[in-house]
Write a protein that binds this ligand. Structure first.
Ligand code: ZN
Length: 189
């Protein structure tokens, strides 16, 4: 889902083709992830997850990922947190950071996960971020860095490390500096 979201808001290479792939990926993944987690033998849900993951991969091959991944990498590197989990730990906080410049895109993604939602763009965009946070809780993922036994004194080092991922940060819709990365880790703590 992060692959689809970041491809859809990729600053440098966002294009119509990656948008279509990202939207269909997010539609499939958002509808089936809870069932796939709760009923691991539900083949329809598992098939939709595989299909969605493949389309999301094609989306970010055409419009690269950004700050969620840049801040997730140090978590994987230092504490061996799996890729998907490290992304989800920072996802809601990076989305909130990006919100001022990504209202239209997040509102569009809100209508991908819920075609019936009708509201002003800012309300829809906030709904999208809330929905991602709700989903993290629904599938019972750890939802903060404290739960992962990361020392709070490491956050400054993580923020410094995240800045090494300029290849990803350059695709972020909003320019992100070391102080922003630190604030995001603190919010995620
Ligand atoms: Zn990834």
């Amino acid at each position: 889902m992060v692959h689809a979201i970041e491809a859809y808001t990729s600053k440098l290479r966002k294009n119509a083709y990656s948008d279509m792939l990202a939207c269909e990926a997010l539609r499939l993944l958002s509808r089936h992830i809870v069932t796939a987690v709760e009923e691991g033998s539900n083949l329809e849900a598992r098939q939709a997850m595989l299909h969605g993951a493949m389309l999301a991969g094609q989306a970010f091959a055409n419009a690269p990922v950004a700050a969620v991944h840049a801040l997730a990498y140090p978590l994987g590197g230092h504490y061996h947190i799996p890729h998907g989990l490290s992304n989800s730990l920072v996802l809601p906080h990076v989305l909130r950071f990006n919100l001022p410049v990504a209202v239209a895109e997040y509102a569009q993604l809100a209508n991908v996960i819920n075609p019936y939602a009708r509201a002003k763009a800012m309300t829809l965009a906030e709904y999208f971020i809330e929905a991602m946070q709700t989903l993290i809780h629904a599938v019972k993922l750890p939802h903060n860095l404290r739960q992962m036994n990361i020392p709070q004194t490491d956050l400054a080092m993580l923020a410094k490390d995240a800045m090494l991922q300029q290849r990803l940060l350059m695709n972020n819709p909003r320019e992100l500096h070391e102080a922003d990365a630190l604030a995001i880790y603190q919010a995620a703590y």
